[in-house]
Design a protein around this ligand. Structure first.
Ligand SMILES: *Cc1c(COP(=O)(O)O)cnc(C)c1O
Length: 230
């Protein structure tokens, strides 16, 4: 079941790439496995999934040692500074950096462990009160400040779009995030690339790909409904 759904989502990713004349190699499907048991993750792995997304530090640190070591783990949830030390050397990328203080903590831990940590800056494009993320207007300046920190590689932007019944409603959110990445790139800040756009979830990942997503984060579409909401 999970393997089948994973392949179906992959197929839709491919089709969205074709529609928008994009190279499928430039789009990575992240299987968002939060709240799901190891067995479900193993099934997705067997179907070919190598990128997994989690949003809780404790869940990540419990799952990682029990699954194959070639998995790239993506931290996609809000991250508290005091927990950075538990994951910096274990995750492939942190998508949810939304303050200088958090970036500074990641930098400190990265230096301590002699690492360069890939991060994305989370932007609150839709300006929903309940969401984390930097306001669009503050994003270029924060990007410049983060870029100065050692041990961090700022690779691009991430956003969580609103929950909508019609994915088309989020097209504007995705194109705004892409435009913001173009604007920040245009400032030619040293040590920044804005090549990665993490956007699109189960309800709207195809539209996100059409608008330039390089990472799509799909949970329900692969693993089914979550029994509790996080
Ligand atoms: C849970 C979650 C997802 C996946 O959501 P689905 O609608 O189940 O695909 C994607 N991104 C973030 C940040 C999440 O927390």
């Amino acid at each position: 079941m999970i393997a089948e759904r994973y392949r179906e989502v992959q197929e839709k990713v491919m089709q969205a790439c074709q529609r928008s004349h994009r190279n499928p190699e430039d789009v990575t499907l992240i299987a968002v496995s939060k709240t799901k048991p190891l067995e479900d993750l193993r099934q997705a792995y067997e179907a070919g999934a190598r990128d997994f997304g989690e949003n809780k530090v404790q869940e990540l640190t419990e799952k990682i040692p029990n699954l194959p070591s070639d998995i790239r783990w993506h931290m996609i949830g809000h991250l508290q500074r005091n927990k950075v030390k538990y994951i910096v050397d274990k995750v492939y990328m942190i998508h949810s950096v939304d303050s200088l203080r958090l970036a500074e903590e990641i930098s400190r831990e990265a230096i301590k462990k002699n690492l360069t940590v890939k991060i994305l800056m989370e932007v609150n494009v839709a300006q929903e009160d309940s969401k984390f993320g930097v306001p669009v207007e503050e994003a270029p300046q924060l990007a410049g400040e983060i870029a100065k920190l050692p041990g961090i590689s700022l690779e691009g932007l991430m956003t969580v779009a609103p929950y909508v019944s019609d994915a088309e409603e989020n097209r504007k959110v995705f194109s705004q995030l892409r435009q913001l990445a173009v604007d920040i790139s245009g400032k030619n800040i040293d040590n920044i690339s804005m090549n990665v756009l993490s956007m699109g979830m189960t309800g709207d990942y195809e539209v996100a790909i059409e608008e330039g997503a390089s990472l799509v984060r799909v949970g329900t579409g692969i693993f089914g409904e979550r029994s509790y909401q996080i």
